[in-house]
Design a protein around this ligand. Structure first.
Ligand code: ATP
Length: 289
């Protein structure tokens, strides 16, 4: 027996950090949505009690460091499951890019094992389990468009954003999320308008959504990685309606209405940047089977 799950990447349309909490986590407010760039997770029943990870991507760990492994282990431990599973990860989302690839794989594993093992858990139960794995996993379990608050685990679903194309470019140098948060100075930061962004999405107002794209972490990452700023400028000069860095970076995305303009931006970045993608904005749930 096996199941397939699609694990889409996410982008932040708005990312704000409100304050540092007594428990040392940051209180955040993020408006997130999914895009049509996804890993493919295949879950295959095993006769033995085990968790095996397989992936052809050399950046994906094949042991307990893998977030998909941790998701399977958490389900097994929480519900006393003695069944085994092989998890095959077809990696299409760039790794350590600010696109929540690992979190999405973990979330897809939770959703898929819920089906494979007929556990009957609700989305909320899976999302609560996901919060124990990482702060983006709860959102990824819902896999729609949402406001994420707290550490990222308090999820309020909102409608899908206006339809558009997304051009993504990942600079070569990776970013450490921890070091970006450490260098963030909240008093000096320009905070995005989270409520305005939610209203724009609810009103299906594309131009206001573009005007309100904002990420409090972007100036910190830009100060460390000049390539981020160069890619942003290149996208703007090639006709992007709006440009923003996703998460703690370093991936930058541009929004456009017309596919032809998305292709123009894509072509302008080829050669300048190794990893460039043109995809659609999603924001609503999809499954493979
Ligand atoms: P976020 O946007 O949630 O901060 P990210 O997109 O920046 O995440 P990931 O692609 O999830 O980052 O990878 C971060 C690290 O997690 C990698 O360096 C990798 O070693 C580890 N990792 C664990 N599981 C996975 C997985 N299934 N896919 C990719 N990376 C994984």
């Amino acid at each position: 027996m096996y199941v397939l799950e699609k694990a889409p990447a996410k982008i932040n349309l708005s990312l704000d950090v409100l304050f540092k909490r007594p428990d040392d986590y940051h209180e955040i407010e993020m408006v997130m949505t999914t895009i049509d760039l996804a890993d493919r997770i295949e879950l295959i029943s095993q006769n033995k009690d085990c968790i095996k990870i397989e992936s052809e991507n050399r950046f994906v760990p094949s042991d307990e460091r893998n977030l998909a492994y941790r998701a399977a282990k958490l389900l097994k431990d929480t519900y006393g499951i003695t069944k085994g599973v092989k998890i095959i990860i077809e990696k299409n989302i760039p790794v350590a890019a600010g696109l929540a690839g690992g979190s999405s794989d973990a979330a897809a594993t939770l959703r898929g094992l819920n089906r494979l093992w007929s556990l009957g858990l609700t989305t909320k139960q899976l999302a609560d389990l996901g919060a124990k794995i990482g702060s983006d996993v709860s959102f990824c379990v819902y896999n729609t468009t949402a406001l994420a608050q707290g550490r990222g685990e308090i999820i309020t679903e909102i409608p899908a954003p206006p339809a558009c194309w997304v051009v993504l470019a990942k600079p070569t140098q990776g970013v450490s999320t921890q070091s970006i948060y450490q260098q963030l100075s909240l008093n000096e930061s320009k905070h995005p308008n989270t409520n305005g962004m939610i209203e724009a999405i609810k009103n299906n107002d594309y131009s206001t959504m573009c005007n309100l794209l904002g990420n409090v972490l972007e100036p910190v990452t830009v100060s460390l990685h000049q390539e981020v700023e160069q890619i942003k400028r290149q996208m703007e000069n090639s006709g992007a309606d709006a440009v923003l860095m996703s998460g703690s970076g370093p991936t930058v995305f541009a929004l456009v209405r017309q596919e032809s303009r998305a292709r123009r931006i894509y072509n302008s970045l080829r050669g300048f940047c190794e990893e460039v993608y043109v995809v659609r904005m999603l924001g609503y749930q999809e499954t493979l089977d």
